[in-house]
Design a protein around this ligand. Structure first.
Ligand SMILES: Nc1ncnc2c1ncn2[C@@H]1O[C@H](COP(=O)(O)OP(=O)(O)O)[C@@H](O)[C@H]1O
Ligand SMILES: CC(=O)N[C@@H](CCC(=O)OP(=O)(O)O)C(=O)O
Length: 248
């Protein structure tokens, strides 16, 4: 999709969005860009799970999702995280609409490894026709859930969802907004990375926890033609940029 910018907003980042964030979205729209936001909600899901006495089990940053966890994940994403973000956009005077996999088969998914992770998937298909119409005049706010072809709901890591959608729609830019200023090494932000650097950082244990699915997803996106992926805590901060080559 031409001129598409996708921004993934981590669950922690939703409450930290500032004036500059909304102004940047406004500028992009005025410049004719299409803007799709994909939100997380991981900390909120873990909090509700604790309150309900459901144990949290994450492997390499991916939530192992049984039936009870899937049910509460849907509740948190669609009942809390998404409307919280929509409210902030409305307060900023930006036209936005909440979207999920069940809206006209918007997102189709596949299990990644049912035995290991349960109801967890990735995105294998996007209804581009309907999405491009929606994004022509408003900002889309999409939850990281998918439906299998057989109609089963799957929980999708929000970084994976954002990168899969960016790849499938050939977005020009992908931003992964998080609670750290970029990929850190020895306390410093690494300003630029190419895919080969990422495997080394994982092997050296520099990257762990939630940063691992973020960078794996980012690498897949640039391999598929997304020009640049930025990992940052603010749209207006450079953070870490991942591209195919240093001179791209
Ligand atoms: N090398 C690294 N640089 C920065 N953050 C890292 C690194 N390795 C692991 N992390 C962890 O990854 C976290 C970001 O991932 P995650 O918690 O999944 O955020 P989000 O909810 O925004 O997706 C950071 O808060 C940090 O704890
Ligand atoms: C399968 C899987 O891990 N799904 C994630 C979806 C939300 C998410 O990724 O939110 P953050 O970006 O805030 O971490 C989860 O259940 O936490």
């Amino acid at each position: 999709m031409m001129n598409l910018i996708i921004v993934k907003i981590g669950g922690n980042a939703i409450s930290q969005l500032n004036h500059e964030f909304f102004e940047q979205l406004r500028q992009w729209r005025q410049a004719g860009k299409k803007v799709l936001l994909i939100h997380g909600g991981g900390p909120q899901i873990s909090k509700l799970a604790t309150q309900l006495g459901i144990p949290t089990n994450k492997q390499h940053g991916i939530r192992v999702t049984d039936a009870a966890t899937l049910a509460l994940t849907k509740m948190v994403l669609l009942g809390d995280a998404q409307p919280a973000l929509l409210k902030r956009l409305a307060d900023a005077g930006l036209p936005a609409i909440g979207l999920n996999a069940a809206d006209q088969q918007l997102l189709t998914g596949n299990y990644i490894d049912q035995e290991k992770y349960g109801y967890v998937g990735n995105i294998i298909g996007v209804n581009e026709l309907i999405l491009s119409k929606i994004l022509a005049d408003q900002i889309g706010v999409l939850s990281p859930l998918a439906l299998t072809k057989a109609g089963e709901w799957l929980n999708v890591n929000a970084d994976t969802a954002a990168a899969d959608v960016a790849r499938l729609l050939k977005a020009s830019q992908l931003y992964l907004l998080t609670d750290v200023p970029g990929v850190l090494k020895g306390g410093e932000v690494i300003s630029a990375l190419i895919p080969q650097d990422v495997s080394q950082l994982i092997a050296d244990n520099v990257i762990s926890a939630g940063m691992q699915p973020k960078l794996s997803a980012a690498v897949k996106a640039v391999h598929a033609g997304v020009q640049a992926v930025r990992i940052t805590d603010q749209l207006t901060h450079p953070g870490t940029i991942l591209k195919m080559g240093v001179n791209d």
